[in-house]
Design a protein around this ligand. Structure first.
Ligand SMILES: [Zn+2]
Length: 305
């Protein structure tokens, strides 16, 4: 579910924005996720693709699915629908990438109205109460709500259409994020989805197939007590599935094993010296793909962690 479209993993040192959650309170977490899923999505089964705050887009004359019927990639995979068997460490089993996702190109569901034109549009605003409420922010987080900003910006989907994404970032990082994603937009770099991580995602059973691009997530570094850079609103994970985190035999998302092969460059992948690394480097951010262990290819950080 969108709930499960998880992922914003992170690193051992840092964290995953979404699915990388710690799996310690598995039972309670699964229960919570189950209950939340039941409350937030009335659509098809575990309705993994349903956005948290908006109902599934009906197939109407103006829906993206109808609009792009002849050009949009077909929906061949329901994200978040298949919980994985768990490893002893609480992550899902690392499995071969399903054929449908080896060259991943899923259409974007519009959570927010898409831009009317093709010009890059971005807005930085204080975080609306309803947005804060559906985020993972709480008073114990290391950043005050007043210091976060709600950023909405244009991005190109794998469906070759512009969409509007949403991110929460710390105030002093907002301009850099807008600028970096502006460069990606100019390059028409494809991004599958960009929405705020919901609390339920932190404890949902792993499905290993999320690909949400996200920033702020209030969680500690996995297995540690210190906060992740995401918990400060100072990190962004870009297309997690196309740019997996690896450490030892762990791959996150767990089904993204095909994308560990970086020689087979496919759309949405971040390459050394490529447009995504260049865009974030230009605003002074660092890339986790340069690390040696873990290698966190999806991760860009303003504070180096
Ligand atoms: Zn990250």
């Amino acid at each position: 579910m969108s709930l499960e479209r998880v992922d914003s993993l992170c690193t051992e040192r840092i964290c995953l924005a979404g699915p990388m959650r710690r799996r310690t309170a598995a039972t309670a977490g699964a229960l919570t996720a189950f209950l939340l899923a039941g409350c937030t999505t009335a659509a098809p089964p575990p309705a993994p693709q349903a956005p948290l705050t908006a109902p599934p887009a009906p197939a109407g004359p103006t829906s993206p699915a109808t609009r792009t019927a002849t050009t949009a990639p077909a929906v061949t995979w329901q994200v978040g629908a298949r919980p994985l068997p768990l490893r002893p460490d609480g992550f899902g089993e690392v499995l071969p990438t399903p054929p449908e996702l080896v060259n991943r190109s899923l259409p974007t569901r519009d959570l927010l109205p898409p831009p009317s034109g093709t010009t890059y549009a971005a807005k930085i605003a204080e975080v609306p109460a309803d947005v804060l409420q559906r985020s993972t922010w709480q008073s114990a987080c290391p950043v005050a709500a007043k210091d976060l900003r709600y950023v909405t910006l244009s991005f190109w989907g794998f469906d070759r259409r512009p969409h509007t994404g949403e991110l929460l970032v710390r105030q002093d990082a907002a301009d850099a994020v807008v600028k970096a994603f502006g460069e990606l937009y100019a390059q028409q770099f494809p991004i599958e989805e960009m929405r705020i991580t919901a609390p339920s995602e932190l404890d949902a059973p792993p499905t290993g197939d999320g690909n949400d691009t996200s920033a702020f997530v209030c969680r500690p570094v996995r297995g540690q007590k210190n906060w992740s850079a995401h918990a400060y609103g100072l990190a962004v994970d870009v297309n997690p599935f196309c740019n997996p985190y690896t450490k030892g035999d762990l791959v996150l998302p767990e089904l993204a094993t095909s994308y560990v092969d970086r020689a087979d460059v496919r759309p949405g992948m971040i390459t050394a010296g490529g447009p995504v690394v260049r865009a974030f480097t230009n605003v002074g951010w660092q890339w986790g793909g340069n690390w040696t262990s873990p290698v966190d290819r999806m991760h860009f950080t303003a504070n180096g962690t």
